[in-house]
Design a protein around this ligand. Sequence first.
Ligand code: LER
Ligand code: MN
Length: 272
Amino acid sequence: MKLSYLFATDDCRAKRVLGFRGDLDKSCAELKSFGYEGVELMVRNPRELDQAGIVRTITQHGLPVADIGAAPIFGEDKLSLTDPDPEVRQAIRGRLRDVVDLAARFGAQVHVGSLRGRLPEGTQAQEALAWLKEGLLDIAEYGQPKGVRVLLEPLNHFEANVFLTVLEAVEFLRSLNHPNLGILPDTFHMNIEEGCLPASLMAAREYITHVHFADSNRWYPGAGHINFREVLEALRLIGYERFITIEVKQEPDPETAARRAAQTVRALLDTL
Ligand code: LER
Ligand code: MN
């Protein structure tokens, strides 16, 4: 298993992000010095980015891009796959295609987290769920010939109201039956929603092609009470060999968070 770290590009305006931001060149150098072997990007609108410059910098450091997320499409621009307005749903599909195109430049995957939006109460929930299915299938179809897999990230109930657990996501993807859709388990969300983290990871084995690590308080692994040893053992048992992105609060400061996360996870991996 390989470690990657989140970097938020300049088009993301949120005050706090769960990764590095700012100077990409310096961040890549620093992450490599801490033992990271890849990065994950968080973007808002790829059209506002100097994509060639980003590709050049990351390539110069020899770091693969494991995955790209685009939570600010919802968090900042308020677009979601379940918006009742068809124009908004059209707009977010266009934006996600741009994210897929950026991912294709790196051979990265793309994940859908909060931008699924929230299902309304009552009878309209089914209609919104159908829009979510359509949106996911649309982006999965678009990504497939480009080699960009699309992953659904289960989120805890404070951040979403559908697909909170890995098992719910498994059932949903089974019903969609699309070969280009997978699941991204995030230990922070799992700790809130799942009964047994290893069991859920094992049940989703065929769908997992990326993973997020954060501890129970969303600090770096080791700062909270998640048993990362049993999580890593489960991942090893299902033959998971891909990237784990550290996606954590930048506390007590960004460098310390990144360094301690790598130290903790590497130490556990070394003794598996
Ligand atoms: C949000 O809580 C999260 O975990 C992100 O990976 C969503 O894109
Ligand atoms: Mn996550």
